[in-house]
Each structure stands twice: as C-alpha cells, then as structure tokens.
Design a protein around this ligand. Structure first.
Ligand SMILES: Cc1ncc(COP(=O)(O)O)c(C=O)c1O
Length: 450
C-alpha cells in the first residue's frame, strides 16, 4: 500500500471538486488512446456523444476492501467488485499473503505435465465442492472453463449441438462466444468462425418460463444437442433469475434426451447469491459447474467441476493431453484460489454475505422504491443486484457517469443496457451502503432523460 494514503477499505468516496481523474489520469488515458486497439477509445467517444459528458476512464492505482483509489488519489466505492471478482473485497489479506509467499517460492510449473503442489491441492478442494464425485479442469478465464465444459459435453455425448439462452453471457473466446445470447453484436462480426450447431431458447425467467421450456423441449427432441448451458440468474444479461422450478424442469428434460447440463456459475457461484451454487439451490442438478471470477480473489483462475462419470469421457490418452495450456494451474493463481476458498468457506463469510445482501436490499428499497425516480424494477440475488431504469442506455450511461462523479463505480448491463448491475464486495459497511443508496436516489431524481 502507498505510504501517502490513509488505510482504505471501509471509507466513503472522496473525489476532488474537479471530478474523477486528474492530470495523472489524463496522461495515461492519452497513452491508452494512442496505443490500445481503437475499439475501446471509439466506444468512449460514442458514450460521450450519447450522454454529453466525459466517459474517460478512471485509472486504478490501488484497491482494498470496497475502496478503489485512482492514480490522482480520488477514492471510490466499487459497486462492481471488479466485475464480481472481489466478492470478499479487494486485496483480501489472506489472499495477498498467499500470493506473496507463493511468489517467493514458485511462479510457474509445467501445467499438465509436472504440476505444482498448489495446482493439485486446488483441484482437490474444487472437486470436494460438488455434491457428487467430481473431476476438475482448470482454466485461466471464465470463458476457458466454459470451453472445457463444452468439450466435455462433446466427448460425452458425441453431439456438437449446444442449447444456450437469449441474454446469456459466457465469455468471448470462440467456443464460449458461439453460445453467447447476450447480444448479437458480439457474435455477428465473427459468425463465420463460430459453432453453427448452437441454438438459442428464450431465457426461462418468470415471465417467459412456459414458452422457454416448450422451446427447449422442441430443440432437445431433435436429438442433435449435447449440452444445455445456462446461468441460474442472467448476470451481465440484467440480473434476471430463472423462474422457480425452471432449472429442475430443464435438468429433467435434458436427462430424458441424454444432454449434459452445464451451469455457468461464474457470476452466481461461490457465495455471491447466498449458497455455493445457485443452480443447485434453485433445484437444478447440473453435470458440470463452471466457476471463475471470485475463485482467485483477484488472480485469473477458473474451473469446470465435472461429474466423475461424465469426466470419464476424456479417457486416458497415452500421448499428449488434448486439453491444456502453458499457464494451466499457474501456481500463483492456485495459491490465491486456495486462500480465497479458505476464507469463502468460513461460516463468518457466509454470515457477512447474508448481512451485506440484507442491508443492501433494505437500504435500496427504502431509497429507490419512490415514484418519480424512473426505476422499473429491482432484482436482488444476494450481492448480485439489478436496477432496471427507464430511459434506456442513454440514461443508464448518464447515471453511471454521475455516480462516478459522486465516487461510486457502477456499470450498466442488460440486453438493452438499461440495468444498473451491482456486484459489490460483500464487505461493504452499512454506512457505505446507506450513502450509496441515497446518492443513487438523488442522481436518479436529477436525471431527467426518462
Ligand atoms: C456468467 C458468466 N460466464 C462467463 C463469463 C466470462 O468470464 P471471463 O470474462 O473471465 O472469460 C462471464 C463474465 O462476465 C460471466 O458473467
């Protein structure tokens, strides 16, 4: 931690009067604009055109607990938890200590050939999380683990077809992208290189579940599908939960047709929505559980946890492993994941998440369920919260920018981009929560474009 800054974590925002960023940020953003692939810079300009205010990024320098500090010393409360990674907070001391200790011993090993002890220990810990005997394939990103699950389904069923859902997000590498029903714009430019055997069904949310389940039944009865891939709650797709009973029905349908069920728990899993796996808490019985994000406590590691009898489809190849990568089971990331699981599995952590979720819901309902704010609906699933607002993407972007100016990092989600998507660290204090809710209410009240 910098010697110049006070200890951070539980503090309120502190953004200078001139707004987020400053000279150091501007210099770095200029460098970014001149060096990064132009897609990102152009997107910022488009956002600025839409909302009339700057959409330059802030540049993170330091983060602890729920606080992030930018390179100009402004302090924020991170309501995104770093895309959901910092479920326990940024810079969890146990994770930092494990990484520091590991870094002094072993940074890299030989993945699938001569692994590190940390990789082996982590795989043991992950297999033990499943409610059935399990085998594990590690990855570096969420998309990596989704792809391991899709390959497993191909080997186990011999069928290339995948049934995925509109609004679902599974990552952007080609295998995962082909199943990504979140936005056509992600798939369209690359359509020629994507798996043509992917079909999409409407997501079985409460409103749509009857139609969705009929659609699924019709596709599965064609006999070409090997995998059904679903998020128990659409995360990036707008914090939309599956209807009660839908996951149990989907599992039963899939079993009848010999189709593997892959639950993408990258957002929802490991406690964010309360239990370890939301798909199971909701009555589903998946064959593969995919996790990432919070697993590494800030380091990149993910996993597909596969039923043992299904994993047997990988066989015992005598030659080279047909699924591996240079950094598979990276010791640093595995050490971080073990430390992060140690903390995640403590009873007091579950209590902290439950307390934070309840406080967030209470405070947000009391501040935001008020006529005139243009809030269409709020969905709460533990510390995964969606606030759908009137006024479309334009207003949502303006609200996010106004929140940043007040010191709160908030992102938009949802297919139409009009859902403020909150995946904060569960270590938020009641004071941080109360101040956030009041600030969001004030920003929404002042945002007239609705
Ligand atoms: C549900 C879900 N699956 C998969 C992914 C992809 O993970 P990654 O970005 O680590 O590849 C994400 C990322 O947001 C996600 O939310």
């Amino acid at each position: 931690m910098s010697d110049l800054l006070p200890p951070i974590g539980d503090l309120p925002p502190n953004v200078r009067a001139s707004g987020p960023g400053g000279d150091a940020t501007r210099a770095l953003v200029d460098l970014l604009a001149s060096s990064e692939c132009p897609g990102l810079t152009a997107r910022r300009r488009r956002r600025e055109e839409l909302t009339g205010s700057s959409h330059d990024p802030i540049v993170w320098a330091e983060a602890r607990g729920a606080n992030v500090v930018d390179v100009d010393g402004n302090r924020y409360v991170d309501m995104t938890g770093g895309f959901g990674v910092a479920l326990l907070g940024h810079g969890v001391p146990e994770v930092v200590a494990a990484v520091q200790s590991q870094a002094g011993r072993l940074l890299h090993a030989l993945g699938d050939v001569y692994p590190s002890a940390e990789k082996i220990r982590l795989e043991g810990r992950l297999a033990a999380l499943a409610p059935w005997p399990a085998r594990v394939i590690l990855g570096l990103s969420g998309a990596d683990a989704v792809e391991a699950a899709l390959k497993t389904a191909m080997l186990a069923t011999g069928r290339p077809g995948v049934l995925a859902f509109e609004g679902g997000y599974h990552g952007l590498s080609y295998g995962a992208l082909s199943t990504c029903g979140y936005k056509l714009a992600f798939r369209e430019p690359f359509a020629g290189q994507l798996n043509p055997a992917v079909r999409f069904a409407p997501y079985p949310s409460t409103a749509d579940s009857g139609r969705a389940l009929e659609h699924v039944a019709a596709v599965l009865s064609e006999g070409r599908t090997g995998a059904l891939l679903i998020e128990p709650t659409l995360g990036r797709g707008g914090v939309e939960p599956a209807a009660p009973g839908a996951l149990a029905t989907l599992t039963a349908l899939a079993r009848r047709h010999g189709v593997l069920v892959i639950a993408d728990e990258i957002y929802t899993g490991l406690g964010r929505t309360g239990g370890l796996f939301q798909s199971i808490a909701m009555g589903g019985d998946p064959d593969v559980l995919v996790i990432g994000k919070a697993l590494g406590g800030g380091l990149p590691v993910s996993a597909a946890i596969i039923r043992e009898e299904v994993a047997a489809a990988w066989g015992y190849p005598v030659g080279e492993a047909i699924h591996t990568s240079t950094f598979l089971g990276n010791p640093l990331a595995c050490a971080a994941a073990i430390a992060s699981l140690d903390v995640l599995q403590r009873p007091e952590t579950a209590a902290m998440i439950a307390r934070c979720a309840a406080s967030l819901e209470r405070s947000m309902r009391s501040c935001l369920e008020t006529p005139g704010l243009g809030v269409r609906r709020m969905n709460f699933a533990g510390v995964l919260v969606g606030v759908a607002i009137d006024g479309g993407l334009r207003r949502a972007l303006a609200v996010c920018r106004a929140m940043l100016e007040q010191g709160y990092i908030v992102l938009t989600g949802g297919v139409a981009g009009d859902v403020l998507t909150l995946t904060p660290p569960a270590c938020l204090t009641d004071a941080q929560i109360a101040a956030f809710s009041a600030t969001l209410a004030a920003v929404l009240a002042e945002s007239h474009d609705r």
